[in-house]
Design a binder for this molecule. Structure first.
Ligand SMILES: [Zn+2]
Length: 458
């Protein structure tokens, strides 16, 4: 059966590429209202495919004004494990348009890559797993149960899918969840992500005098919220990069030995990082190796400061208020709410006399830790070796993928977080592309994965 599915995949490559190009030519930009209908068109295109494949399919409008969630399933193997594959049909806006060599929604193939907005992020990646299911169905049906969950609000941080998953957790129960929205570590080197950082994004507001004051008339006795904000920011993190919020590091979990062993083999050096950033020194916590600082340690960064006068020339004002945007990337097992409570108590204590500080939470995402001993990790490794001839590295990612946390929280499922992009695919940039070879390998990897998961379970 496995051989038949693989044969179908190999024989169906031209058809699979034509399908991808069709999906890529729909400008499903979720954040722009003029593309509302295009988002629905992309969803309808997928729905049509799923019906054609014989999957039980539903297109759900979760929130008014949102973009539909697609659920398609084939659950005809009672007792066998269920694999759910996740993807998003929405894309980033294509601007700046004049930097595209060919138009963003007219897929063009050059040197084995298809160039189009959404090629890598995420249409090529999720269509590959859809294709895998299609080939298994053509070969008599997958060895386990399969569900596809595709949303249209990933690029705009919409709530439709997270809310849908929470409200339908029983119905969506699954043994494994494959989220393929990521990137190879280097050409020929796939990876499985074992951790994602979470996020706590806040605004610190400092108030002082009732109105802006003249610094000649009141300077010397007037409390200055901007000076106070500077003290607060300086007090949150020391010069070396250690965060000073009390208890901040209490819940930080050390990486597992299996992870550390793999991190030594990740082919990215300090020099590479410095070159990529255009700096001559790396910042960060003393005593923590680079990779730990990137993946396994929490951060605190200021993104913007507003207040007072920043126009041309000079104006001698003591501002009535000042604000800063401050975020923290959090790691397992930090809890955004606990950190927020600690910051809310600590920041005001750093304000200078006569000023008051308060912290407002703007958004949060839980950090995710993947249990590296669950059977899906071994199954995915074998599937990669079969499809790509290379075992994946176990590594973490410093960024935040909130939906993965939602899946883990709501469904309690084993996560397989990976991706088939290449580091220079230009996600969110002009001339985004996806390797057609990777597209076909991703399809074969998913075919093998379905087999391996059923085997791992039996
Ligand atoms: Zn994206």
């Amino acid at each position: 059966m496995l051989e038949r599915a693989l044969e179908a995949a190999r024989a169906g490559r031209a058809r699979a590429e034509a399908d991808l190009f069709e999906l890529l030519s729909i400008p499903s930009v979720s954040s722009e209202s003029e593309h509302r209908d295009d988002c629905r068109r992309a969803a309808a295109w997928l729905e049509e495919r799923f019906r054609h494949m014989g999957l039980r399919t539903e297109m759900v409008d979760v929130h008014e004004g949102g973009h539909p969630v697609l659920v398609a399933e084939w659950l005809d193997r009672p007792g066998a494990p269920t694999l759910t594959t996740y993807g998003h049909y929405d894309v980033q806006p294509p601007d700046p348009l004049d930097e595209w060599r060919t138009p963003p929604f007219e897929p063009a193939v050059r040197d084995g890559f298809v160039y189009a907005r959404g090629a890598d992020d995420n249409k090529g990646q999720h269509l590959a797993s859809v294709k895998a299911a299609e080939h298994w169905l053509a070969a008599g049906g997958p060895p386990g149960n399969h569900r596809v969950l595709i949303e249209g609000e990933e690029e705009m941080s919409g709530r439709s899918l997270p809310d849908y998953v929470r409200d339908n957790a029983d119905r969506l129960a699954t043994d494994y969840l494959l989220a393929a929205d990521g990137t190879f570590t280097a050409a020929g080197q796939p990876n499985l992500l074992t951790g994602l950082r979470g996020l706590l994004y806040t605004e610190i507001e400092v108030t002082g005098p009732r109105v802006d004051l003249h610094s000649g008339l009141f300077g010397g006795v007037a409390p200055n919220p901007l000076n106070s904000l500077a003290h607060i920011i300086a007090g949150l993190k020391d010069r070396e990069g250690r965060v000073l919020i009390p208890g901040f590091y209490d819940d930080v979990r050390a990486p597992a030995p299996a992870e550390l062993e793999a991190w030594d083999r990740v082919p990215v050096t300090d020099q590479d990082l410095m070159e990529r950033m255009g700096v001559t020194e790396l910042a960060g916590e003393p005593g923590q190796p680079t990779r730990h600082r990137l993946w396994a340690r929490p951060t605190l960064d200021v993104h913007g400061i507003a207040g007072g006068f920043t126009g041309e020339g000079s104006k001698t004002v003591i501002p009535a208020r000042a604000r800063a945007k401050v975020s923290m990337r959090l790691v397992p097992d930090q809890d955004p709410e606990r950190v927020f409570a600690a910051l809310s108590e600590f920041a005001p204590s750093l304000a200078t006399p006569g000023t008051r500080a308060r912290v407002v939470e703007l958004n949060t995402a839980l950090p995710v830790l993947v249990d590296v001993s669950h059977p899906g990790i071994g199954a995915a490794s074998r599937a990669y070796e079969a499809a790509c001839g290379a075992a994946p590295l176990l590594m973490r990612e410093g960024a935040t993928v909130p939906v993965v946390a939602d899946f883990k929280e709501a469904l309690g499922t084993h996560l397989i977080v990976t991706g088939f992009g290449l580091p220079d695919d230009g996600l969110h940039s002009p001339n985004e592309r996806f390797s057609l070879d990777h597209y076909h390998r991703a399809t074969e990897m998913a075919i093998h994965l379905m087999q391996e998961l059923a085997r791992a379970d039996g």
